[in-house]
Design a protein. Structure first.
Length: 266
């Protein structure tokens, strides 16, 4: 077994989280969890065997093992790892993730998340669940794998850059510089993965944010146009009509009325 399929659209159910210490009395453990997934972040060197596949363990490696899977751990002396035992829901988008990955620079962030989950678990399971859910999403998007549902790392970086800079000037060369590749290469991989050009994606995200602000806030139309990087009101009006099918004023007028909360203290 080299890959597993996970679905992360719903929060997991975290049953236990802690720090496992092994390799003290034996150099080999064999076990399985009949109903639970195993998430491990390793701080030692060894090996994991399951389903006929051998996976080297190194510090900073992370593994995801599905329920009812017999695992063999081989240690080289005292061995510690952060672990989470959890249930994943069956619904949502399927993502194919390697059983074992090198988290590399992301391992520090994952360790912080899982340590907070360990600390929160006894008193605040919902907080532990939030930390683990975040960690699982980060694991599912590690660049080492190429499974279904995983974004190309260049595209993921480009999309993050765009989201952080929607209010300012954005060009394809600007985004490409942040990603660290040529604008020609970025254009090619971006369109191959999203079906959109970078320019079209920027326009789409700006107008989606504009729709939200028009229909959910009391910001002025002038302020909203500036907030999405289209400060010229005539250009903003044209962009709304072209992308959203109505003028900014009509979009605002079509928004459902806010839900009024009953007064308190009566």
């Amino acid at each position: 077994m080299k890959h597993v399929t996970v679905r992360l659209d719903e929060a997991p159910t975290v049953v236990d989280a802690g720090i496992g210490v092994h390799g003290v009395s034996t150099d080999h453990d064999v076990f399985r969890l009949p109903d639970l997934w195993q998430l491990h972040l390793y701080h030692y060197e060894g090996a994991l065997t399951l389903g006929g596949s051998v996976h080297p363990i190194r510090p900073g490696h992370v593994s995801l093992v599905p329920p009812n899977t017999e695992v063999h751990f081989h240690y080289r002396g005292r061995s510690e790892h952060l672990y989470v035992h959890l249930r994943l829901h069956d619904g949502g988008t399927a993502r194919v993730v390697p059983v074992m990955q090198d988290a590399a620079a992301e391992s520090t962030r994952l360790a912080d998340l899982l340590r907070r989950a360990v600390t929160a678990m006894p008193t605040s399971p919902p907080r532990a669940t939030a930390e683990v859910w975040t960690a699982l999403w980060r694991i599912a998007e590690l660049p080492e794998g190429d499974g279904t549902g995983r974004r190309h790392p260049f595209v993921a970086t480009a999309q993050a850059c765009i989201e952080e800079n929607l209010a300012g000037p954005l060009s394809v060369p600007d985004v490409a510089r942040v990603v660290g590749i040529s604008h020609t290469h970025l254009t090619r991989v971006f369109r191959a993965e999203t079906g959109l050009t970078v320019v079209s994606y920027i326009r789409h995200r700006r107008l989606q944010r504009a729709r939200h602000l028009l229909q959910s806030s009391t910001l002025s139309i002038t302020a909203i146009a500036a907030a999405v990087g289209i400060a010229d009101l005539q250009a903003f009006n044209k962009a709304c009509r072209r992308e959203l099918g109505a003028s900014p004023r009509d979009l605002r007028a079509a928004a459902p009325p806010p839900t009024l909360q009953p007064p308190t203290g009566l």
